[in-house]
Design a binder for this molecule. Sequence first.
Ligand code: FES
Ligand SMILES: [Fe+2]
Length: 462
Amino acid sequence: MTTRSKDIPRREAGIDRSKAPEPRVSSKDFMGNRYTSREFMELEWERMWTRVWMVGGLVAQLPEQGDYITHQFGRESILMIRGFDNKIRAFYNICQHRGNLLTTSEEGSVVSDGTIQCAYHGWKWNADGALVHVEDSHDFLEGNPCDHLRLNEIPCDTWAGMVWFNMDNNGLPLRDFLAPMTDQLDSYEIEKMTRTDWVTMELECNWKVVQDNFNESYHVRIVHPEARFFLDDRIENTQFDLYPNGHCRMLMPGGAPGPTVESIDELPNYVRSELKFWELDVEDYRGRDLAQMRYDLWAQKRRLGTSKGFDFSRYSDEQLTDNYHYTLFPNLTLSMKPDGIIWLRAEPHPTDPGKCLFDMWNFQLFPQDGSSIYNKNMQKLVNKDYQAEHIVGKQGEVSVGPGIDQDVSIWTTQQAGLASQGFYRPVFANQERRIPFHHDVIDRYLFGGDNVEQYGQRKTAP
Ligand code: FES
Ligand SMILES: [Fe+2]
């Protein structure tokens, strides 16, 4: 078998693991009404959601000039089109005649004359937002609308194979908004990955319940008991980084069982399959320190990666096995693996603070020459040759994969408790500090400056 000492110099390529300076995190109380109040929801919409960059879809959904996608985000529908100059633009999906939705399709392409026609009075808009046809155009007292009306365009950019939009015309450029996460995540070449699963789940909880959950790993050993077979969740071995723009990351060792696993006899089949795929024999670890598996996987992935169709040259050793978990402000979570990503996002419901729309996209990096591979996150074979179908349903009707389904099961019960008058306030462990930090940044948008004022009145325990 391959052996590799923990003392062999490690590969330093890939993501900089330097610990970010710890920001001040407020000790304000987080009242349950942050998750239930319509007033707070309205403030979030007016002062935050309409000022941040959001993902509208994938560049891969717009391969041809004239292709378009729409994304329903809260109360708004956003239209993104690849123009005939190849540029992707974003517009409110609204006809500027009398406000009809321009298209109700999630994906499509402009018709043969290069326009989208409104279904109400037949006005035609081209792919760069110009109005090019109006019925009875001579009948408008303000003059021909084609001479002065355009679709309402908003900032649009692409990064990591995703199309991003921002309803704020005066906001930061996308890379500055996402800094420093773009520099870190660029090493994964996300744009080369394929979205193999696309699920939207309507949930009975506020969007922050979801993001709070992804901003802590304290729950892992309880909600995901099987995780101990492939990661070490001890906080002394885990690094948390909180960045000024509100983005966070967590670096947690993986690729080997945690300290509560004592024997290889406990290991489930998928861990054995992973070892076998990388030509390691599980029996070689009988009676040994199981943490050695991580180092052996580094060596095997370096040795065999190319022959199995993977290019790991851009990654550090840790990236080959560990959990690089990113939460991008305000609502995107990326769980990175060298050969794929779980992409998670909760968006606000258009009207109800007690609901949200949760998206799970599973991305797979396929080996060269390989079109089908077993995906560990989804626990199924995934295929490169087709675009994932969009599956939409309520909790219990659809699955977001076995691991994340476990998280989902908690969210609605927590929402019920947050809405109770019997709940006082959350009590955070230090390892949960990304949650109050995230809420501090939300409050910076809502209340300005460094204001970390409390929303709502503190209830005092008897
Ligand atoms: S509302 Fe679109 S053409 Fe009238
Ligand atoms: Fe979880």
